[in-house]
Design a protein around this ligand. Structure first.
Ligand SMILES: Cc1cc2nc3c(=O)[nH]c(=O)nc-3n(C[C@H](O)[C@H](O)[C@H](O)COP(=O)(O)OP(=O)(O)OC[C@H]3O[C@@H](n4cnc5c(N)ncnc54)[C@H](O)[C@@H]3O)c2cc1C
Length: 266
């Protein structure tokens, strides 16, 4: 496959700490203070998929993120996993981006990197989880896009075979390169870097690019370039009418079934 692999990773709050997040309704942002950040879990599968392809195809793997200065840590983790170098799209102009503005910035980063034959994303993030970025990125670059991928099989230099999830089983798709693929968590088990990997990663380059470096106009990215904007957030408070059934197990089951039937739930 002529060309490199770009793997898009987003830094998100740690999955175990999602309950600690709150929405700042006034500013339209998620309040992440005091919550540790990690690579979006399925983006680690995307990094792993890129590294396994590199073993077969011998191209370079470039980790790419758009995010604040703290997102550099996500790139360091991807480098420790084995990515060759990283690009950090970091500029105040990128702040407040919706998915379209995010995809514009990433597309700019990919164009400016040059020589990319394959872009691998996660299917969706755990913080906002729109699942839109991969498809928007493909549209902007005029690349084909396949989502929900569980397996990638290199074919020849010009195409890949991929297996994607389907309600009744799976579908195999042949996709011409260059392409954008979005993977799901079933694709692999991401590797855990050891101390030597972490030390080796310190020697690898992280390019820090502003909007001008990515050749995107500041007005097309971030809040200024976002046609969707946070409007209002409401928190869902589940209110349950608790009722404890008493009696023998058989009596309790019979009473529960009776109640569910009356509520026309079964
Ligand atoms: C609660 C909430 C709801 C939101 N709803 C919307 C909405 O409906 N529409 C909208 O336009 N925006 C929405 N946003 C804004 C959205 O979170 C941002 O645009 C974000 O940068 C990308 O969206 P996502 O996380 O949903 O990406 P997804 O499309 O779920 O991400 C898929 C993959 O794209 C890649 N990717 C995504 N972001 C980055 C990044 N910054 N750097 C590198 N790779 C990346 C990763 O590989 C990721 O796994 C919402 C934000 C919040 C907090």
């Amino acid at each position: 496959m002529p060309g490199d692999i770009a793997v898009c990773i987003k830094q998100v709050p740690h999955p175990d700490c999602l309950a600690k997040l709150s929405l700042d309704a006034a500013r339209g942002t998620v309040n992440r203070e005091g919550v540790p950040a990690v690579i979006n879990p399925v983006d680690r599968n995307a990094v792993e998929a890129s590294l396994r392809l590199r073993e077969k195809l011998r191209n370079r793997v470039i980790a790419l993120t758009m995010g604040p200065p703290a997102a550099r840590k996500a790139l360091e983790d991807a480098l420790a996993m084995g990515a060759d170098y990283a690009v950090h799209l970091c500029d105040r102009a990128f702040a407040g981006a919706d998915t379209l503005a995010t995809a514009r910035a990433l597309a700019g980063g990919i164009r400016s990197t040059g020589g990319i034959a394959l872009i691998i994303c996660g299917n969706t993030t755990i913080d906002s989880g729109t699942g839109q970025v991969a498809a928007q990125l493909a549209e902007m670059l005029d690349f084909p896009c396949v989502t929900d991928i569980e397996e990638i099989m290199p074919e020849d230099g010009a195409s890949l075979l991929v297996k994607r999830a389907w309600e009744q089983g799976d579908i195999r798709v042949r996709v011409r390169l260059p392409a954008v693929l979005a993977v799901n968590a079933k694709i692999n088990q991401p590797r855990l870097p050891n101390v030597l990997d972490i030390m080796a990663a310190r020697q690898k380059e992280i390019k820090e690019w502003c909007a001008a470096d990515a050749k995107v106009e500041a007005g097309c990215v971030g809040l200024a370039g976002s046609p969707t904007q946070f409007w209002q957030a409401g928190e869902f408070h589940a209110r349950r009418q608790g009722e404890i059934l008493r009696g023998s197990p058989d009596e309790m089951v019979a009473a529960a079934v009776d109640k569910l039937k009356k509520l026309e739930l079964i």
